[in-house]
Design a protein around this ligand. Structure first.
Ligand SMILES: Nc1nc2c(c(=O)[nH]1)N[C@H]1C(S)=C(S)[C@@H](COP(=O)(O)OP(=O)(O)OC[C@H]3O[C@@H](n4cnc5c(=O)[nH]c(N)nc54)[C@H](O)[C@@H]3O)O[C@H]1N2
Ligand SMILES: Nc1nc2c(c(=O)[nH]1)N[C@H]1C(S)=C(S)[C@@H](COP(=O)(O)OP(=O)(O)OC[C@H]3O[C@@H](n4cnc5c(=O)[nH]c(N)nc54)[C@H](O)[C@@H]3O)O[C@H]1N2
Ligand SMILES: [Mo]
Length: 783
């Protein structure tokens, strides 16, 4: 953040813009971006500094590029994907070739052979939202595409929550707010913590980061925060939290033991269970051991969780009769059997009887993102309509490699059996599967089965390197857009700050020119330029403001002002409060209309990895003699996912050019590892290097390596060798299996590894260097 004093004459040139990590102001000066946070932001996100040197960085894609093997041999499966060189090509020619390939695939195999899920966060603007753009393009040009459902964020919870409470949106977004925590909560019992690094990010943008001050104010009033996590840093100092350093992946066992104490000491709210819940008896039989012979006592849980039995007992007793808020971070369900802690967290909250009361009950995922715990806007915000998808086939988002490697084979999902479609062409814009997916060696093999892989990117991510056609797109600061999120009152006129880099073009303009070639331009554009779309999309908000008799400036006024404050709804507690106040009149949207402590529907699916009530199911991917450490691969503090990993703030926090992994001093000493050493983390799937820092803020037996370092594989000597990342991408190590047959969510948060000091040669990280460019030896395509 460049500190401009208010008297700085260049202030006038600072213009508003917005990113997922915050609203900011910026100016283009001498080939770099000067940025500073929105003046109203009490706790700005340092991630905005990643923008300063990003625009002209060498990692940017400057011109359309085509992989040499694809150009010379045409579409088809190819082992050279990811290690081939690229040929630069003029826009007209590359779009002619891509249009011809789209037509070939559509006419020969139909749109069910095109994968357009294109998962990813892209950028914050509501119109140039790449994932919406690619969906709209595929719908209008091809009649549809194979889509993906759910997210890497909440793959398990998005499926289990509707069976037990209500939709993700109702349980995470429209539920307990930070205002209520400040005013009412006695105890925040937080599984996975509420790390400020995470809660300063919101999809679509955020203008005021209030989490730090909210926790400080609640703590000052006497609210007690208890953080259950393998990492101390998951709760900010301001919360004055107690830290219970649990063994990763064992929260369900701890919750069961807490429930056991409540149930056997008569501390549970029987009235609440009887009036608002179903299935208590079924669950109680399991909890007390009548069903399986194993009472879930603190003594039973203690060795599983690595916490003393009396600490568990004391914690349980301290909760009864208090306004307790149970939170469960997304991280816990990004793991094998990830449905269980989400469900059991709700059951624990139900036993405490506080669900639906202000500041009490269950706030799934509060503190993991800035769009939770806020009031909802009272007027709609801009969104690009995506059109109609004529293809029925879909996959749960994290089953991408399974789909590509096993076309035609069956998979289970939420009570039904489906079959994987046979994909020939994948189209990605706004996501980085070589960031988000697990077991990257397997993912690379999966992408090699395609005929054609198309990627729009602003940088040479590993995904772009594995593509056949790479189209350079603009960065958010190189175009105009509207910034808004449904839980933030500030709508932002995102001004263009910098000129487009190289030959980069907006995704919208690329799709417009492709649509022209496919004869579907009118359907895609509806006759509008991007500037006309912004005016059109703004109109929805303006009309809603006008209807409420509020200040409803026209577009040009909004644009000149730079921002517009939107009205927000009352802090009404959402569906859980409504249900508590009127259980008969406002039943929950679950099969029984009540909180489902046990679910006959889920039981009826017959999944052994997700039974009909929450249960402790040990993970198969747990530390072993060969791989004795738990790897926590969590969200990075210095960037959003892989975005702008090359940016100033992210780069400044690397060490010796590599990602930093955190290890307990005892684990380091046992391996002869010292502060600042280069270490190798490895298991049966892959290896990676990282620079180590030692800290007693991680539980012994746990190493932390955050996600987001761009994948930088060493050249593979042969096809059978394990991938070896020079930079520190933990997804070479994580496992590519679903959470369960119910949700099939991703399990990237945890895996088992071994670590050793790395004394071998440490080649420089090449992740940001553009791939080798070849000169073309082919005749120009006739177009
Ligand atoms: N091991 C492990 N893996 C994880 C997780 C974990 O905890 N552990 N977390 C998971 C989670 S929660 C998530 S949400 C995913 C995130 O995974 P992604 O959302 O795929 O990650 P991003 O890095 O945000 O990818 C966005 C990409 O879009 C590009 N982009 C930005 N703006 C534009 C644009 O305007 N147009 C185009 N065409 N491209 C653009 C960026 O350069 C970037 O490459 O990762 C998941 N992966
Ligand atoms: N700076 C930054 N912020 C982000 C993101 C980012 O990439 N960068 N990504 C955003 C996105 S898309 C999402 S979905 C959210 C994700 O929010 P989360 O998924 O909750 O975030 P993580 O940092 O992966 O995990 C939070 C903490 O959970 C702890 N944890 C891991 N496993 C266990 C376990 O088994 N038990 C317990 N008790 N704790 C465990 C870890 O110590 C970890 O630090 O974050 C958002 N915020
Ligand atoms: Mo996420």
């Amino acid at each position: 953040m460049k500190p401009d004093s208010p008297s700085d004459p260049s202030l006038a040139t600072m213009r508003p813009h917005s990113a997922h990590w915050g609203v900011f102001q910026a100016a283009w000066r001498d080939g770099a971006l000067a940025v500073r946070p929105h003046p109203g932001d009490p706790d700005p996100n340092p991630l905005i500094d990643n923008l300063t040197d990003a625009v002209g960085h060498r990692a940017r894609v400057t011109t359309p590029m085509v992989r040499r093997g694809w150009l010379e041999r045409g579409p088809g499966p190819d082992d050279r994907r990811g290690r081939d060189d690229f040929v630069a090509m003029p826009w007209d020619e590359v779009l002619d070739r891509l249009a011809a390939e789209l037509v070939r695939v559509r006419d020969r195999h139909g749109p069910e052979a095109v994968f357009g899920g294109s998962y990813g966060w892209s950028s914050a603007g509501r119109f140039h939202h790449a994932q919406s753009q690619v969906h709209r393009f595929l719908n209008t040009a091809l009649g549809g595409y194979v889509r993906s459902v759910n997210s890497y964020s909440a793959g398990a919870s998005a499926v289990i929550l509707p069976h037990i409470l209500g939709s993700m949106d109702d349980v995470a977004r429209r539920n307990v707010t930070w205002e209520q925590v400040v005013a009412h909560t006695d105890v925040v019992l937080s599984f996975g913590g509420m790390a400020l690094k995470n809660s300063r990010v919101a999809s679509g943008g955020i203008s005021r980061h209030i989490e730090r001050e909210s926790m400080a104010r609640a703590a000052a009033r006497g609210c007690r925060f208890v953080s259950i996590s393998p990492l101390r840093g998951d709760m900010p100092l301001e919360s004055r939290a107690e830290w219970l350093a649990i063994v990763p992946g064992t929260d369900t066992a701890l919750m069961l033991a807490l429930a056991y104490v409540l149930a056997t000491e008569g501390l549970h709210d029987r009235g609440f269970l009887a009036e608002f819940c179903d299935g208590w008896e079924t669950f109680e039989a399991y909890l007390l051991g009548r069903a399986d012979g194993v009472p879930k006592t603190p003594a039973w849980a203690a060795p599983i969780c690595g916490l003393p039995a009396d600490a568990i007992q004391d914690l349980a007793r301290s909760l009864a009769g208090k306004r307790v808020l149970v939170t469960v971070a997304h991280a816990l369900q990004r793991a094998e059997h990830g449905e269980q802690p989400v469900w059991m967290g709700a059951v624990l909250a139900a036993m405490l009887g506080q669900i639906g009361l202000p500041g009490g009950g269950y706030a799934y995922a509060l503190g993991t993102l800035a769009h939770y715990g806020k009031r909802m806007n009272a007027v709609p915000i801009a969104a690009l309509p995506q059109g109609t998808n004529g293809v029925k086939a879909f996959i749960p988002v994290a089953r991408i490699a399974d789909m590509l490697l096993h076309p035609g084979e069956p998979f289970d999902y939420n009570g039904k059996r489906h079959a994987y479609p046979h994909i020939r062409l994948a189209y990605w814009a706004g996501g980085n599967p070589f960031h988000h997916h697990q077991d990257l060696g397997r993912l690379a093999r999966a992408f090699r089965t395609l005929d054609t892989f198309v990627v729009h990117e602003l940088g040479w991510t590993a995904t772009a390197r594995h593509a056949d056609i790479v189209l350079p797109c603009t960065m958010t600061v190189e175009r105009e857009d509207i910034g808004a999120a449904p839980t933030d009152p500030l709508m932002v006129a995102m001004h263009r700050i910098a000129p487009p880099h190289g030959q980069a073009r907006d995704d919208y303009d690329i799709f417009t020119d492709l649509s022209e070639r496919l004869g579907t331009r009118q359907a895609y554009t509806e006759g509008r330029t991007s500037g006309q779309w912004l005016r059109h999309l703004y109109e929805r908000t303006r009309a809603a403001l006008q209807e409420r008799g509020l200040d409803a400036p026209d577009f040009d006024t909004f644009w000149a002002r730079g921002e517009l404050v939107l009205p927000q709804q009352d802090d009404d507690g959402g569906i859980l409060r409504a249900f508590r106040d009127d259980p008969a009149g406002k039943p929950l949207p679950t099969p029984s209309g009540r909180i489902q402590i046990a679910s006959p529907v889920v039981a009826g699916f017959g999944y052994t990895d997700c039974p009909g009530h929450p249960a402790w199911l040990p993970a198969s991917d747990a530390p072993s003699a060969d791989h004795p450490l738990y790897l926590v691969a969590n969200q990075p503090a210095t960037r959003l996912h892989s975005q702008l990993d090359f940016g100033a703030h992210s780069a400044a926090n690397k060490r010796r050019g590599r990602e930093v992994c955190t290890m307990h001093p005892d684990d380091a000493q046992a391996r002869g590892i010292r502060e600042g050493d280069i270490v190798e983390l490895y298991n049966e799937r892959g290896r990676c290097l990282a620079c180590v820092t030692l800290s007693d803020g991680v539980r012994p037996g746990v190493v932390r390596l955050p996600t987001g370092a761009w994948y930088d594989p060493a050249p593979e000597p042969d096809a059978s060798s394990l991938p070896f990342c020079m930079h520190g991408n933990p997804n070479v190590l994580t496992r590519d299996v679903g959470t369960s047959a119910l949700a099939q969510g991703c399990t990237g948060q945890l895996t088992a590894v071994q670590a050793r000091r790395y004394d071998g040669p440490t080649p420089p990280v090449r992740a940001y260097d553009p791939p080798p460019a070849a000169t073309r030896q082919l005749p120009q395509a006739a177009s």
